[in-house]
Design a protein. Structure first.
Length: 348
């Protein structure tokens, strides 16, 4: 139904307008009595084989909503009704910021992809905190944190610390995001010295708390093997708890969409099907170098249930979706979960 009737109508709208319309509709309808319960009855699937114990947390299933979809923690309870095992909010920054100029979100339907240059648009971490204080859903929530555009890299740690301290009582894990291509200079923080310094500070802050929270690093898919090796060393040296692989890519390889259209869109991070192979290769490499027990969350190009299975086979412990949810609709998580349960049943 979604792909036949609803998606074509949504795709008549500009992508960002469609996103806001969907959010407004979900917010409205889920206020009506019984709607959340009805959605949960349709889309939430539970089974003992789905449970994952990782990062000191127990996930009801291994399928998460990636950061960027619900940046400001506005629809945690509503999105939980679609069967997610966890939800990652953000990227959040200390100060509210409008992000880059519009248009900044583009569809590539031929490629089942999106290009975005949103630029960490969000209402600021304190606004998200106020919503988190009122949330009723018990779903695991991660806090993805970054720096404001106006903050120079030399002072970036201050922004990450501010967000960490504000969010700490209200989220279950943290993600240090230095891999978005849409904030000028941000990816420079992936270089060895600044990254080691940043992760050391955030990890030590967490350990100093009465209830330490896991700290993960989100990395780009465009790193060289040498850069990945540096990051692996840093993860080990700093005691970082896990890694999310990967963010969007700045490459434009092997797209079906015409080069003229892609060129006209301009800069931004590419997500969706074209990212699948690249992100899976990064996951495989990380797993081979980090060993069997280091937590890895796989994200990038999961457009079918089998894509999710490939990420698990490559070494991911959990996976996240975003673009696949846009293209496949509200039943996507339950379709993945059903495949995971059926595969488990086949092998028992």
């Amino acid at each position: 139904m979604y792909k036949i009737f609803i998606r074509p109508l949504l795709f008549l709208l500009a992508p960002e307008k469609a996103h806001h319309f969907t959010f407004a509709a979900l917010y409205f309808f889920c206020k009506l009595p019984g709607v959340k319960k009805l959605l949960s009855s349709w889309f939430v699937i539970t089974h003992p084989s789905l449970e994952r114990k990782i990062l000191g947390l127990t996930f009801k299933n291994p399928i998460g909503l990636a950061a960027g979809f619900d940046k400001d923690a506005k629809l945690i309870g509503e999105m939980a009704c679609f069967g997610f095992g966890f939800i990652e909010i953000g990227t959040l920054t200390p100060l509210p910021q409008a992000g880059n100029e519009k248009p900044r979100l583009f569809r590539l339907p031929e490629d089942q992809a999106l290009i975005n240059r949103m630029g960490f648009n969000n209402e600021g971490v304190l606004a998200a905190v106020e919503r988190l204080k009122k949330r009723q859903s018990s779903i695991i929530v991660g806090g993805n944190i970054g720096k404001n555009k106006i903050t120079p890299n030399e002072q970036a740690i201050d922004d990450y610390v501010y967000c960490f301290e504000a969010l700490h009582p209200h989220v279950d894990y943290f993600v240090v995001n230095v891999s978005s291509p849409n904030t000028p200079g941000l990816r420079e923080l992936q270089e060895k010295a600044p990254l080691k310094n940043l992760l050391t500070v955030i990890k030590q802050l967490s350990l100093a708390k009465d209830q330490p929270k896991p700290v993960l690093l989100k990395i780009a898919p465009d790193l060289t093997v040498g850069q990945l090796d540096d990051i692996i060393d840093i993860l080990k040296e700093t005691g970082t708890d896990g890694v999310i692989a990967t963010n969007t890519t700045i490459t434009r390889e092997d797209l079906k969409t015409s080069s003229e259209v892609v060129h006209a869109i301009g800069v931004g991070g590419l997500s969706g099907k074209p990212l699948a192979k690249k992100s899976t290769e990064v996951i495989k490499y990380l797993r081979s170098q980090l060993g069997p027990s280091f937590p890895i969350i796989g994200v990038g190009g999961i457009m079918t249930p089998n894509d999710a299975v490939e990420k698990f086979q490559a070494g991911a412990d959990l996976v996240q979706i975003y673009t696949g949810f846009v293209y496949e609709g509200p039943a996507f998580v339950s379709n993945i979960v059903r495949l995971l349960v059926s595969d488990q049943v086949k092998h028992t």
